[in-house]
Design a protein around this ligand. Structure first.
Ligand code: S3P
Length: 447
């Protein structure tokens, strides 16, 4: 069910002691979207266990069904996707609603752009304000026609190119969504598509392409840029996919345990792909007591269990080149930094301005509401930790799940309750967040 922005659902977090226990967080969002997409493009029946059943991912499932895939879930929670084959999607008979999900809409635009039919995309208020030019520009180069209001915002319709022309595209910003959009378009049209990635971002699309049997060229040029080449219309073979726990969701109980005295948690089966572990690196530098247990490989990805205990943290500088590997984790890092001794300086944050909210200003506003000293720059944030009497704020979430979860985490470690104006938006990525943390000892109250 889509999130209803007119029905805000406030939630408060109050001082909690000793978060303890063992938990799993829901499946990785990036891998879940891609498992459904690749399942729909493969011939045969793909089996997906551990799929993240959040609003964002379910919207992608509905979209892939509208393109002709047959998607069902069995009584054990395993999903099956009967695919249609690359280049063989059918025209959706209705508007595709992606709700809050930038990943869903941008990846699927790549697919639709390679098919000679029309697809209309819409989303919620947050998604309708986010830039789509970053994917529409390369698609236009391929011959795709775009019909929509000015500024390349949703809602809009694209008419696939006929014939589609493969391109060579240098991704102008650090964005796995843009890279993936171009690769998925290339996969579904005849010819060779090349993507040049100056700054490496999460590589789930590349891994899954290979996992489904496609050949993907990969090299590094003299400038250190990654060059990906894909031959279109390769046949994909259905696979068994096990989705590991989402490190971006694990980030919330990790930081909650660090800042709440007497905590000791183990979070099982978390994805540890190095394009996603920047937060762990940073927290370790800050002095966090985090250890990885039972590190192993599963389905082509590194996974492990994360043990975390309450820790005294100290401020650090987080370099700009780490941003791609922790791009979704700055809000919750800012909360950890609020409890650290000294300043934490985060640089290279320009992409935060175009997330589910302007995350840089939403974080700064949340810190301000809770009396945390900080400085917001155009592309940086400095948080001064260890101030007395922080908390007590009312935080505006701006339809941003990570703002909601981050400030609820802050509320667990301060004397004055912290309230977020809407906790329902959390269902876009982490259904059951408050209940799950509640089982570990976190205290929340509604209303
Ligand atoms: C994602 C890429 C990132 C990230 C998002 C998921 C993906 O976005 O913020 O939550 O699955 O490809 P950008 O590509 O815009 O950086």
């Amino acid at each position: 069910m889509a999130h209803d922005a007119t029905q805000l659902s406030p939630l408060s977090a109050t001082m909690s002691h000793g978060l303890t226990g063992r938990l799993r967080v829901p499946g990785d969002k990036s891998i879940s979207h891609r498992a459904l997409i690749f399942g729909a493009l493969a011939r045969g029946k793909t089996r997906i266990s551990g799929l993240l059943e959040s609003e964002d991912v379910l919207n992608t499932a509905k979209a892939m069904a509208a393109f002709g895939a047959h998607i069902v879930k069995d009584d054990d929670g395993v999903w099956y996707v009967d695919g249609v084959g690359t280049g063989s999607l059918v025209e959706p008979s209705n508007v595709l609603d992606f709700g809050n999900s930038g990943t869903g809409v941008r990846l699927v635009m790549g697919l639709a752009g390679a098919h000679a039919f029309s697809t209309t995309f819409m989303g919620d208020e947050s998604l309708s304000s986010r830039p789509m030019a970053r994917v529409l520009d390369p698609l236009r180069e391929m011959g795709v026609e775009v019909l929509g209001r000015s500024g390349d915002r949703l809602p809009l319709t694209i008419r696939g190119a006929e014939p589609a022309a493969p391109i060579t595209y240098r991704v102008p910003m650090a964005s796995a969504q843009v890279k993936s959009c171009v690769l998925l378009a290339g996969l579904n049209m005849a010819g060779t598509t090349t993507v040049i990635e100056p700054i490496k971002t999460r590589d789930h699309t590349e891994r899954m392409l290979r996992g489904f049997g496609a050949t993907l060229g990969e090299s590094v040029n003299e400038a250190g840029e990654t060059i990906l080449t894909i031959e279109g219309l390769q046949a994909l073979k259905a696979q068994d996919v096990t989705v590991p726990g989402d490190p971006s969701s694990a980030a919330f109980p990790i930081v909650a345990a660090l800042i709440t005295p007497d905590s000791n948690l183990v979070i099982d089966d978390i994805l540890l792909n190095e394009s996603r572990t920047g937060l762990i690196t940073t927290l370790l530098e800050m002095g966090a007591d985090i250890t990885i247990e039972n590190e192993r490989e599963s389905g082509g990805e590194r996974i492990g269990n994360i043990r975390v205990r309450s820790s005294s943290l100290k401020g650090v500088t987080v370099p700009a080149d780490r941003a791609p590997s922790m791009i979704d984790e700055y809000p919750v890092l800012s909360v950890a930094a609020s409890f650290a001794e000294g300043e934490t300086r985060m640089e290279g944050l320009e992409e935060l301005r175009v997330k589910e909210s302007d995350r840089l200003s939403a974080v700064a506003a949340g810190l301000k509401a809770n009396g945390v000293p900080h400085e917001e720059g155009g592309d940086y944030l400095v948080v001064s930790g260890g101030a007395n009497e922080i908390g007590g704020g009312m935080v505006t979430t701006h339809l941003d799940h990570r703002i909601a979860m981050s400030f609820l985490v802050l509320g667990l470690a301060v004397h004055k309750p912290v309230t977020v104006d809407d906790a329902a938006i959390i269902n876009t990525s982490f259904p059951g967040f408050a209940d799950l943390l509640g089982t570990l000892g976190a205290s929340f109250s509604r209303g």
